[in-house]
Design a protein around this ligand. Structure first.
Ligand SMILES: [Zn+2]
Length: 93
């Protein structure tokens, strides 16, 4: 079965792995970095691996899925420009 996914731009924290900062030292380090806007690939089909999850809104419905960060933007302007060029939704929440 082909994996279904959607690409969005949203503000994302730095996440090391699915264990989280209470159980992983690397996650604690990553959690100190400020969130930045990123191009995120959110998988709509469940993953067989434990991966960090994020939520996105599609047709007014909140959906949770595993994700990969494809690209980070240095600021909101760069993120907005990319969104316009590539016709990708940008989320401000
Ligand atoms: Zn970790």
């Amino acid at each position: 079965m082909e994996e279904e996914y959607i690409e969005v731009i949203k503000k994302m924290p730095y996440v090391h792995c699915a264990r989280g900062s209470s159980r992983c030292v690397k996650c604690q380090e990553f959690a100190k970095k400020p969130e930045t806007y990123a191009l995120v690939k959110v998988f709509l089909t469940p993953s067989e691996y434990a991966r960090p999850m994020t939520d996105i809104i599609i047709n007014n419905e909140r959906i949770y899925g595993a994700y990969d960060i494809l690209k980070r933007f240095k600021d909101i302007i760069e993120a907005k420009n990319y969104a316009k060029e590539q016709n990708i939704d940008i989320t401000f929440y």
